[in-house]
Write a protein that binds this ligand. Structure first.
Ligand SMILES: *[C@@H]1O[C@H](CO)[C@@H](O)[C@H](O)[C@H]1NC(C)=O
Ligand SMILES: *[C@@H]1O[C@H](CO)[C@@H](O)[C@H](O)[C@H]1NC(C)=O
Ligand SMILES: *[C@@H]1O[C@H](CO)[C@@H](O)[C@H](O)[C@H]1NC(C)=O
Ligand SMILES: *[C@@H]1O[C@H](CO)[C@@H](O)[C@H](O)[C@H]1NC(C)=O
Length: 621
């Protein structure tokens, strides 16, 4: 038993090490290095919904009782609209109303050219409102939203709004376990609720496809594992499809229910190491020109304190739904395969409908792309994932992930042909903060990060933080950035960059020359203690102090490499250089000159040294 635990701990240490070496962020960027713009949020928001305006130049922020409209290209204050507490009357507002009456916004969609659809908890009576966009703020029609929007701020309840219809997955009772994927609109679908314990994570429309009949809505979720053996994870992760053309079955079977609902397991793990990730945390989709090439980036965690990102294609998901065996069904399939999208679902043969009703699970899981392993495994818990496709100075489209940390930081990660490289840890908040939501505004190259009190805009093409040399810009491997021969700036066609390797050789000698800060000789009293500080910018670089042709040991502290001199003597005189080397390129970061100053001052300056000296004299005497 003891040996077993030792082995387990060693394995964990080994795994952490293996994961760590490649997966520490190369640099940390704070508001000193990156442009951040901030907007304060009123009240103490526990859930923040973010929605991009149609031209990418505005942002809607939903929170505790308020909806904000931020015009990003101006500095004017956001416009606000209040959502009254449940039971509030204009005439008699009850000041002691309990929290149960609050309207916390949980769902935000652009409904059409003139209206937004906004849903909120409304004191455990979820309600949606159409809200006018231009001019912003007046209320239109409102709808009771049980089963469409959540009762509580903590329920995820993803939804998509398309063609005047809302697809949503929310609990239809305040305390019940009554989840289902529902459609609200003219072609309403309201299936029986699911008896299994599920949590919905994300919902996406896969379309418009060439043949609109083939458009599907995918829902990603976790479900309590039916395998209750102690070694099995209590959760499993799934993707579910429904066809957008589906209007339900016949009077006798699946009427007003989905006739195309199929589910498949999402597989993510490293079987050789018996390491599995079964808990889906968040999903982001990178759309491609052809829908089947779109990539699904799924963030998972496990109960061992680790996270992983696995990547699937829409094509692979479709393939499982159109080719896998149906779990628990071994007879021949009907000639019209169940779950294939059809124009008139009410005309499907009852044989097909019964199969969908009784055997909605696929036997084969969806496996990640490229050999099936995770893109990255980390010993941290990430909360949100977003993904961007960015055209670099090489004209290629690179994939960049944004992963939020529990501390309030965000990892910017390059997915280079299936190999993850953490370009930077962005720190939009000065203090440890819980990130509630993130929104990527790809066309403007901006990321919005929300905490309970602020929304921060991170300018992704703000590149000067990497340094003022070509090599520093290239080693960053940031596809949003390139060297324009005078500075590191947003990527342009003629810029110098090497996203693939970060190889400094693409820079020429004239592309910005290193100029270490050099101060004039410092005089240090004899016998006194002294230290020299060298800032460590890149965690991937080696830093070493050089003095009189010899390498000196470096004491690493948070962000610095220190050279400690216990007691200054003339042999410490001379120049000190801190040299960094990364990827075969060395440069001097800082340079100092020291000179011993003799005289009584030393005794005064360094009480410890003088105490030692007095002790020594006493012993000798
Ligand atoms: C948008 O939807 C709202 C609510 O259904 C409706 O009142 C309004 O007329 C629609 N506007 C347009 C331009 O379609
Ligand atoms: C792990 O993922 C599950 C969702 O599947 C989530 O409920 C849980 O909070 C996550 N754990 C952490 C520490 O992020
Ligand atoms: C998408 O479809 C095209 C053409 O049908 C095919 O060549 C390609 O391999 C598919 N991609 C995926 C990821 O399935
Ligand atoms: C961050 O923390 C410091 C020290 O606790 C505090 O003084 C400061 O106001 C905090 N800043 C913000 C933005 O919360």
């Amino acid at each position: 038993m003891v040996r077993f635990y030792v082995w387990i701990s060693l394995t964990i240490v080994f795994l952490f090490k293996a994961a760590d070496s490649n997966l520490t962020p190369r640099v940390r960027l704070t508001e000193k290095e990156v442009n951040f713009r901030k907007w304060g949020l009123p009240g103490n928001t526990v859930r923040t919904e973010l929605l991009q305006g149609p031209q990418g130049n505005s942002l809607y922020v939903g929170g505790h009782g308020k909806l904000l409209y931020i015009k990003l290209d101006t500095s004017i204050l956001p416009e606000e609209v209040d959502f009254p507490k449940r039971g509030d009357k204009k005439s008699s507002v009850n000041p002691t109303a309990s929290n149960n009456c609050d309207y916390d916004i949980t769902t935000l969609h652009i409904a059409n050219d003139s209206h937004l659809l906004v849903c909120g908890t409304n004191g455990y009576h979820p309600q949606c409102h159409f809200v006018n966009r231009k001019p912003f703020g007046s209320f239109g029609e409102s709808i009771a939203a049980e089963g469409i929007a959540p009762f509580s701020v903590t329920e995820r309840a993803p939804s998509v709004y398309v063609g005047n219809e809302l697809y949503a997955a929310a609990n239809s009772h305040a305390n019940g376990n009554s989840l289902a994927i529902r459609r609200l609109g003219l072609r309403s679908i309201w299936p029986d609720t699911n008896k299994k314990e599920q949590r919905y994570v994300s919902m996406v429309l896969s379309g418009p496809r060439e043949d609109p009949v083939q458009d599907r809505v995918y829902t990603f979720l976790v479900e309590r594992n039916s395998d209750t053996r102690p070694e099995a994870d209590i959760w499993t992760s799934w993707v579910t499809q429904v066809c957008a053309a589906d209007v339900g079955g016949t009077k006798s079977i699946l009427q007003k229910s989905w006739t195309s609902r199929l589910s498949a397991r999402l597989s993510c793990g490293i079987p050789e190491k018996r390491m599995y990730f079964n808990r889906l945390v968040d999903v982001a989709v990178l759309k491609a020109e052809r829908w089947n090439d779109s990539m699904v980036y799924a963030l998972f965690n496990n109960s061992w304190g680790m996270s992983a990102v696995c990547v699937y294609t829409m094509g692979d998901i479709d393939r499982i739904f159109t080719t896998s065996k149906f779990r628990g069904y071994n007879d021949n399939l009907p000639s019209a395969r169940p779950g294939v999208c059809v124009k008139e679902s009410t005309k499907l043969p009852s044989e097909v409908l019964r199969l969908i009703k009784d055997h909605p699970e696929m036997e084969s899981p969806v496996e990640p792309v490229r050999g099936g392993g995770p893109l990255m495994v980390s010993h941290r818990y990430y909360r949100h994932i977003r993904v961007d496709g960015v055209t670099g100075s090489d004209g290629r489209r690179h994939r960049v992930l944004f992963l939020s940390l529990e501390s309030g930081g965000v990892h910017k990660v390059l997915d280079h042909d299936g190999e993850a490289f953490i370009i930077a840890e962005l720190q939009p908040f000065p203090n440890k903060t819980r990130i509630l939501n993130m929104l990527l505004q790809s066309s403007q190259r901006k990321l919005y990060v929300a905490s309970s009190s602020e929304v921060v805009e991170v300018d992704l093409k703000s590149c000067q933080g990497y340094g003022d040399q070509c090599v520093a810009c290239v080693q960053a491997r940031d596809p949003y950035c390139s060297w324009d021969r005078t500075q590191c700036t947003s990527a342009s066609r003629n810029g110098i960059q090497d996203v693939e390797q970060g190889n400094h050789a693409v820079c020429t000698n004239t592309d910005g020359v290193a100029s270490p800060s050099r101060s004039k000789a410092q005089k240090i009293f004899r016998w006194s203690k002294h230290y020299l500080e060298c800032p460590m910018f890149s965690s991937h670089a080696q830093y070493v102090w050089k003095h009189n042709g010899a390498d000196k040991e470096c004491v690493r502290t948070e962000g610095s490499c220190l050279l400690l001199i216990d007691s200054m003597t003339p042999e410490h005189d001379g120049s000190y250089e801190c040299v960094s080397s990364e990827g075969g390129y060395s440069s001097t970061v800082v340079e100092y000159d020291l000179e011993t100053e003799s005289g009584a001052g030393g005794l005064v300056a360094s009480p410890l040294a003088s105490a030692c000296l007095l002790l020594l004299l006493a012993l000798l005497g």
